[in-house]
Design a protein around this ligand. Structure first.
Ligand SMILES: [Zn+2]
Length: 262
């Protein structure tokens, strides 16, 4: 970003907070993956151009004027309103944790390469998707987010000895296999190592699906037709991972997990 008094940024609007009588504070992900918070003056007046151009899920080009505390957003030019997400209640619920988690992990003046592209690609993939396959996009985004930020759990092999999770699943009978997982140490723990680490019981399937979503593109994930139960198992796992390892409590993710729309 330039050092001058004004600068332009491509932004994805993550959060809107009321300020005073008619203003808004916008929390936005910038194109370079950093966080921008700026004031949109008079944005809550019905005639404001901000209402449609800087709404949640909107991608816009915006001019920012440096302020003493917060910068001022001006002259928004809409690039993509992601109507498929905004016009469908289920899609809005499913995609809201993407915005909420970005607002909590992105940091001012700390660019994260690929973050903006990954976020907007995830939102674009909601277009035309049957509702039951929407949560898979969000689950995949979150597990990919952990990888991008370098806080990815070890899903496919024991964090202590390296034994593959698949070996444990294949050796077990029945479909609801529970395995040990250590949130403290950051991954799956095999039966032989479980007494040496602080573990909880977790469904092996949630780890296996998380690994599948991590390794596939959004296009591939939609083609897989991931069962909604599997998507929710991964979302529950991500929610716990966020809380226990990143100290992040996502209200939108909790709402998705309890909304009953899927
Ligand atoms: Zn082990």
């Amino acid at each position: 970003m330039s050092a001058g008094p004004n600068y332009h940024a491509t932004v994805l609007v993550l959060k809107k907070t009321k300020l005073g009588e008619a203003d808004l504070i916008l929390t936005m992900l910038a194109g370079d993956g950093s966080l921008i918070k700026a004031v949109a003056k008079s944005a809550r007046k019905p005639t404001s151009s901000f209402a449609t151009r800087l709404d949640l899920f909107c991608e816009s080009e915006v001019m920012l004027v440096r302020g003493r505390n917060l910068d001022i957003a001006r002259e928004p030019q809409l690039l993509n309103s992601h109507d498929a997400v905004r016009a469908n209640v289920a899609a809005t619920y499913a995609a809201a944790p993407i915005l909420d988690c970005l607002a909590q992990v992105a940091l001012p003046e700390l660019p994260v390469e690929h973050l903006y592209a990954m976020a907007t690609s995830a939102l674009a993939h909601f277009d035309g998707v049957v509702e039951e396959y929407m949560p898979a996009i969000t689950a995949a985004f979150l597990i990919k987010l952990f990888a991008l930020l370098g806080v990815r759990p070890v899903l496919d092999r024991c964090i202590s000895c390296g034994k593959a999770l698949d070996e444990t699943i294949q050796a077990s009978k029945g479909s609801d296999v529970l395995v040990a997982f250590s949130f403290l140490d950051g991954g799956y723990v095999c039966g032989a190592c479980r007494n040496t680490l602080d573990c909880v019981q977790i469904e092996a399937e949630s780890l296996r699906w998380a690994q599948v979503l991590l390794g596939a593109t959004f296009d591939e994930i939609l083609a897989m037709k991931v069962p909604v139960e599997a998507s929710f198992a991964v979302l529950h796992f991500c929610n716990r991972w966020l809380r226990e390892t990143q100290n992040i409590n996502s209200k939108a993710l909790n709402q998705l997990l309890t909304c009953g729309l899927f």
